[in-house]
Design a protein around this ligand. Structure first.
Ligand code: G1P
Length: 289
């Protein structure tokens, strides 16, 4: 029986060094694309996939992420008094069901695998999604929803994948592939950030996963991998052969908002999707050299 997917873990403990000085006193996940912080895109995408419970794996200086999903009583009362309907309505996605967001702390930066392991009590015996808020996907159907549908089809573990240029394999988790129908790929191996010459393919993992709780047993070994960190990719690799494991070529375009170019591209792409901004942005791009 395939268990319903209700839980998501969002690792948000990273320091955001690539966005200093902006992230000196602010969580990088609070950086907005157009007018919405990265963390809210991730939470909204998860909700669309049926996620009801969230665990943020945080660290020091990240309290704004939790505040963001709380009721801002004074702000909302003031907006109501002033009859600012549009501003009030814009807050709706930042509200959350009481009790639906929990946090754990990753006290030491030992890697993504360690961050996920820190959420083990939240995960319990259930399947769970992971969303890395740095990865933003522009698509007709939210990326995690596509992944959840594939999970209900296949059962077992599934990661969102996309082809990258060979010279970029050292930035991502890379798949070794078995059978492949052009959409779903059987995963026969996983390597974290291989050099292009060692990469088993150019199919890379993006920050969307649906995993079975058994991965936690493998992560608990705390084996260090690439970058001397506990890698999620290594923990997942140990599930291959024990449980079904697939990659899904999702429909949509991914923006790596963990680096400046990806972040800037996302601003433009998302602004061009906004009826209130698209014409002005297009006109600016056309005339600006
Ligand atoms: C992490 C994962 C990597 C994955 C990537 C997706 O790397 O370790 O396997 O491909 O996210 O964005 P990071 O970006 O944290 O270096």
């Amino acid at each position: 029986m395939i268990k319903k997917l209700r839980k998501a873990v969002l690792p948000v403990a990273g320091l955001g060094t690539r966005f200093l000085p902006a992230t000196k006193a602010m969580a990088k996940e609070m950086l907005p694309v157009v007018d919405k912080p990265l963390i809210q895109y991730a939470v909204e995408e998860a909700r669309a996939a049926g996620i009801e419970q969230f665990c943020l794996v945080t660290g020091r200086g990240k309290t704004a992420l939790v505040e963001h999903f709380d009721v801002a009583f004074e702000l909302e009362a003031t907006l109501r008094d002033r009859d600012k309907k549009e501003a009030l309505a814009s807050l709706s996605g930042s509200h959350s069901e009481p009790g639906s967001i929990t946090t754990v702390r990753q006290q030491t930066p030992l890697g993504l695998g360690h961050a996920i392991w820190c959420a083990r009590a939240f995960i319990g015996d259930d399947p769970f999604a992971i969303l890395l808020p740095d990865d933003l996907v522009l698509s007709d159907k939210p990326c995690l929803q596509q992944l959840a549908e594939a999970y209900y089809e296949t059962g077992g573990n599934i990661v969102a994948v996309t082809e990258v240029p060979r010279e970029q394999t050292n930035r991502y988790g890379i798949l070794k592939t078995g059978s492949d129908d052009g959409r779903l790929v059987e995963v026969t191996g996983l390597v974290e950030k291989p050099a292009p010459k060692d990469a088993p393919s150019n199919l890379s993992i993006i920050g969307r996963y649906i995993l079975m709780p058994e991965v936690l047993g493998h992560l608990a070994r705390m084996e260090r991998g690439t970058g001397n960190e506990v890698q999620l990719t290594d923990g997942m690799a140990r599930l291959i052969g024990e449980q079904p494991f697939h990659g899904l070529r999702y429909e949509g375009r991914r923006f790596d908002c963990g680096n400046k170019i990806g972040f800037l591209e996302a601003q433009i792409a998302f602004a061009l999707k906004r009826p209130d901004l698209a014409d002005a942005v297009r006109a600016f791009l056309k005339n600006y050299t």
